[in-house]
Write a protein that binds this ligand. Structure first.
Ligand code: ADP
Length: 193
């Protein structure tokens, strides 16, 4: 978890590769459906363009289908889901149905000023929902709808806060250490266990 631009996608991809599990990004799934022009993609496009969340029902249906694939049986790294309290409950239901559980929730902490700068750079690179006027909406929606999930997972003792500033590789090692993955240098966060 983390604000738009916190580095979720980048870090989730390398963590997934390291653990040899699929990287399941709802944002990537929506973008590829939009590019392919599927009915779901057409439905999602307006929400993404506006920086709004796609309705829970649609997002959860798509995610549940993805997690049911055989390649996800041994685990996964979720990126961008859950994003609302409703989705937290939906995910609990999906996992209960599969007899699975959530090991950890990694929260990448990056100051708002820095994510704005990063998103501005990404907009220049062509991602249309990173344009300045849409970024404000996304940051506000994150604060209103997603930030409360941090308290929820902290109360469940599953939240791991990681400093998301600095070099990409540095952040990757901080996450690995916080999750107690082998080869990582243990740091303070690993002691939350
Ligand atoms: P970012 O974290 O930078 O906003 P993502 O790629 O994770 O980027 O998400 C891009 C967009 O996809 C979101 O702004 C939203 O419109 C949609 N989206 C992704 N995941 C969800 C979700 N779990 N619930 C609702 N909408 C989502």
């Amino acid at each position: 978890m983390g604000m738009p631009g916190a580095g979720k996608g980048t870090q989730a991809a390398s963590l997934a590769a390291r653990l040899a599990v699929p990287h399941v990004s709802t944002g990537d799934m929506f973008r590829s459906m939009i590019a392919a022009g599927t009915p779901l993609g057409r439905e999602a496009q307006g929400y993404l363009d506006a920086g709004a969340y796609v309705p829970d029902e649609l997002t959860t249906r798509m995610l549940a289908e993805r997690l049911a694939h055989s390649d996800a049986a041994a685990g996964w790294i979720l990126d961008g889901y859950p994003r609302t309290l409703t989705q937290v409950g939906d995910l609990d239901g999906i996992l209960a149905g599969a007899g699975a559980g959530l090991d950890r929730v990694v929260h990448l902490q990056v100051p708002a000023a820095e994510v704005r700068a990063r998103l501005q750079a990404r907009a220049t690179a062509g991602r249309s929902d990173d344009l300045a006027e849409v970024v404000d909406a996304r940051l506000r929606i994150y604060r209103e709808q997603t930030q409360p999930l941090l308290d929820c997972y902290a109360a469940r003792d599953q939240l791991v806060d990681v400093d998301g500033t600095g070099e990409i590789a540095e952040v990757t090692e901080r996450i690995a250490a916080a999750l107690g993955l082998s080869g990582a240098i243990p740091v303070q966060a690993a002691g939350r266990d």
